[in-house]
Structure formats: C-alpha cells, structure tokens
Design a protein around this ligand. Structure first.
Ligand code: GDP
Ligand code: MG
Length: 193
C-alpha cells in the first residue's frame, strides 16, 4: 500500500465515474459529460471521510461496445490498466438503468483475477425499481451498493464502507511534497488533454 490507499474508479464510459469522483473529492475537477469516453487521462484527487483519507483515481472507462464482444484487452485502454494496477482498492461502477451488459461481465471477470478488494456500485438508481441493483450480484463481486451519484445519494454509505475497511491512519505522516507533486501531475495531465 502506498502512503494513502489508492481507490480506482473503473467501469464502462458514461456510468457516472466522474460524477462519483467529484462527490468523493467535493470538486468539479473531473470532466463530466454525456459524451462517452471523454475523460481520457487519469484524474487524481484527494478524498477524506472522518478520520480516513485516500487518493481517488478517475479513469476514462473500459469498453465502447455494449455487446461485450471480444476480449477485454481489445478495448481496455492502457490508462485503465495502469490505474487498476496502481490501485489498492477498486470501485467498479455499473449503470443500474442500463442493467448488466456483456462488457460489465467481462470487466467483472477481469477484476476477479486481481485479488484486490472490489466494491460494485450500481449507479443511477434514481427512477429505477429498488430491486434493479440486485442483478449485479451475478458479477460475483459481492453486494452492489445502490447509488445516485448525481444526486449525492449513497455516496456517504459507500465512503463509510470503503474507509471502514482501510487500516488506521493515525501513524501515517504525509510527506510534505506529496500534495504538491499530485497537483503538478494534475496540471500536466490537464494540459495534455
Ligand atoms: P463517466 O463516463 O463514467 O465518467 O460518467 P459521467 O460521470 O461523466 O456521467 C455520465 C452521465 O451520467 C452524465 O450525464 C451524468 O450527469 C449522468 N449521471 C451520473 N450519475 C448519475 C445518476 O446517479 N443518475 C442519473 N440519472 N444520471 C447520472
Ligand atoms: Mg468520466
């Protein structure tokens, strides 16, 4: 584990990863858009909940095709790969409105192989049946956490669960340069995109 746990937001484009990133970091830092795959570079942010803090990484999304055809490596971008391997914890965001599609199953299968903790978030539960998240049990990655990220619903509950599983951090002293280094990296990433 790094100094702070690193939490990567993984999932198909347009499921609400950047919206959740903004909720976690309480910022408008990530680019939120209706256009699929617009956030091409990774975005790093700081998230704090009660006495725990972590680094959250937003990604552009895995898979453009909705039919789940092909091998995951065919459509998983280099940066999603890097984010997944850098992460201590994965938050796998799925779309409860769209329901489970082939690409979700493919991503889920891949995440299984990592041996890292994975939390499934069923986003966009606003206006869907209460039972909608249940179908994502089939991913075999545990209980899906219902969320409406754009309304801030379910965010606190997820933060509570995520941070409860993180080790105590009172002995963690953040090196003074880290915050600065992160912001320099962020500026650099923003300029390139
Ligand atoms: P990303 O591609 O996974 O990063 O998805 P975004 O965060 O950019 O969101 C894609 C679209 O879904 C945007 O129009 C968001 O406003 C919308 N969205 C995000 N969260 C929710 C939600 O909880 N409910 C609804 N109805 N729309 C949402
Ligand atoms: Mg995004």
């Amino acid at each position: 584990m790094s100094i702070k746990p690193v939490v990567a937001l993984i999932g198909r484009p347009n499921v609400g990863k950047s919206t959740l990133f903004n909720q976690f970091t309480k910022s408008r830092q990530a680019l939120v858009a209706d256009l699929s795959g617009l956030t091409r570079d990774r975005q790093y942010g700081d998230a704090t909940y009660e006495d725990k803090s972590f680094i959250v990484v937003d990604t552009g999304g895995i898979g453009e095709a909705d039919d789940g055809s092909g091998n995951i490596d065919d459509y998983m971008s280099e940066q999603s790969h890097t984010a997944i391997h850098e992460a201590d914890i994965i938050v796998f965001v799925v779309d409860a409105r769209a329901g489970m599609i082939g690409a979700d199953a493919e991503i889920g299968k891949f995440l299984h192989t990592l041996g890292k903790p994975v939390y499934v978030v069923a986003n966009k539960v606003d206006g869907v049946h209460d039972a909608a998240p249940a179908e994502f049990y089939a991913l075999g990655l545990g209980e899906p956490y219902p969320m409406a990220a754009s309304h801030g619903r379910g965010v606190g509950n997820l933060l509570e669960v995520l941070t409860a599983d993180m080790p105590e951090q009172e002995n963690i002293v953040e090196p003074r340069g880290l915050k600065l280094a992160l912001s320099v990296v962020q500026t650099w990433v923003n300029r390139r995109s």
